[in-house]
Design a protein around this ligand. Structure first.
Ligand SMILES: Cc1cc2nc3c(=O)[nH]c(=O)nc-3n(C[C@H](O)[C@H](O)[C@H](O)COP(=O)(O)OP(=O)(O)OC[C@H]3O[C@@H](n4cnc5c(N)ncnc54)[C@H](O)[C@@H]3O)c2cc1C
Length: 335
């Protein structure tokens, strides 16, 4: 389906008021191939739930809205099941489907906004789980050759909020289906964040995957702004990795800086801590700013432009660089 001059306000969770000159919606691989044939080699943009994108201008290239649905069984044995899932399925609905059927693995990733097709793009993660741990393979269409290509888990080159689709093959493929391997013998993972405390608060000592999912939902709802009420795209920045030398220098002035050891003498630092300690948390400019409870989340209170948000993010990046010698990287995709 092709529409012209379409308002994108409700198609991006930042609620930025821009337009797409041409919006094509596809519901299956054949429709996608027809659209790609029609637009030939014109550069284009794929959109899922619009929860990890900041529009800084009108979309002047064809916008392709992925609405491929369907969940089917690809493989099953007594211990596991592999589901083939349409890239246009709503992520949280897939999580709920798995919980209903007692397929374990995705419960810690409850309530992440967006569609299934974007999940491998940036290897979504939350509460100690990354989607790379569950993905068997990714089916995608090569935009140029129109061939259907399968990427194994290792070919996806997953890393922290990264994959081959975000880097080496940026804009080269449209993800059409994702295959997830889930367990029929749940191994509950409650060690991260406040999950354990949330379960205890509710008197749950032997949690099911549904209990874990509910705990994650409660924590997320209490911590993160609901994009239906306040425009945002979740964490705007990635947590940076720094060397031990830099960490030792920062610790002289900031002995409380949280740091988590990775391999090879490097440390991960919570970007939210840096932003908060630089005094940005809660800063508000007219109709946009930094969320009052979550320094990592930039917000649009209504009517902000993408340019205002991107300029704010740049001011934060510059200030963090100045104060801590750390270069923050944006997690959100900017158009
Ligand atoms: C309140 C809130 C909380 C969040 N919490 C988390 C969290 O805990 N963990 C986390 O990892 N993320 C989180 N996010 C970010 C976001 O939800 C995820 O990145 C999600 O996977 C984005 O999905 P989407 O369908 O909305 O992607 P979109 O925003 O539509 O697209 C994101 C990028 O992927 C590309 N893309 C989308 N679909 C396809 C496709 N089928 N083929 C090729 N390219 C494609 C787009 O072109 C774009 O560059 C949060 C966002 C919000 C608003």
């Amino acid at each position: 389906m092709k529409e012209q001059h379409v308002a994108l306000k409700t198609l991006n969770t930042f609620g930025i008021e821009v337009f797409a000159n041409e919006l094509y919606t596809f519901h299956n691989v054949d429709e996608l191939i027809s659209i790609l044939k029609e637009i030939k080699d014109t550069p284009n943009l794929i959109l899922g739930g619009g929860s990890n994108i900041l529009f800084t201008k009108n979309c002047d290239v064809p916008l392709l809205l992925n609405r491929i649905k369907g969940i089917s069984i690809d493989f099953e044995d007594e211990n596991s099941i592999t589901l083939k899932v349409g890239a246009g399925e709503v992520w949280h609905e897939l999580v709920l489907y798995c919980i209903e059927n007692n397929y374990a693995g995705l419960e810690n990733l409850s309530l992440i906004p967006g569609r299934v097709g974007a999940s491998p793009m940036q290897n979504i993660g939350a509460y100690g789980v990354e989607v790379k741990d569950l993905i068997v393979k990714v089916e995608a269409i090569d935009k140029k050759s129109l061939q259907l290509i399968y990427f194994t888990n290792s070919e996806c080159e997953f890393a922290y909020r990264e994959s081959v689709f975000k880097r080496k093959y940026k804009d080269k493929f449209v993800i059409t289906h994702v295959y997830f391997k889930l367990s029929k013998n749940p191994k509950i993972n409650t060690s991260y964040g406040a999950i354990e405390a949330e379960l205890q608060k509710n008197g749950i000592t032997q949690p099911t995957i549904k209990d874990v999912s509910n705990a994650v939902i409660n924590i997320r709802q209490s911590k993160l702004p609901d994009p239906n009420i306040i425009g945002n795209a979740g964490s705007f920045f990635k947590n940076p990795t720094i060397t031990i030398d830099l960490l030792q220098k920062i610790i002289i002035n900031y002995p409380d800086i949280p740091h988590f050891k990775l391999e090879a003498e490097t440390y991960k630092i919570p970007a939210g801590w840096l932003i908060e300690n630089a005094g940005w948390k809660g800063k508000t400019y007219d109709c946009y700013g930094v969320h009052k409870n979550q320094a990592l989340v930039l917000v649009n209170y209504g009517g902000a432009t993408g340019k205002q948000i991107i300029d704010l993010s740049q001011a934060i990046i510059d200030d963090i660089k100045d104060k801590f010698s750390i270069e923050l990287e944006r997690e959100v995709n900017v158009f």
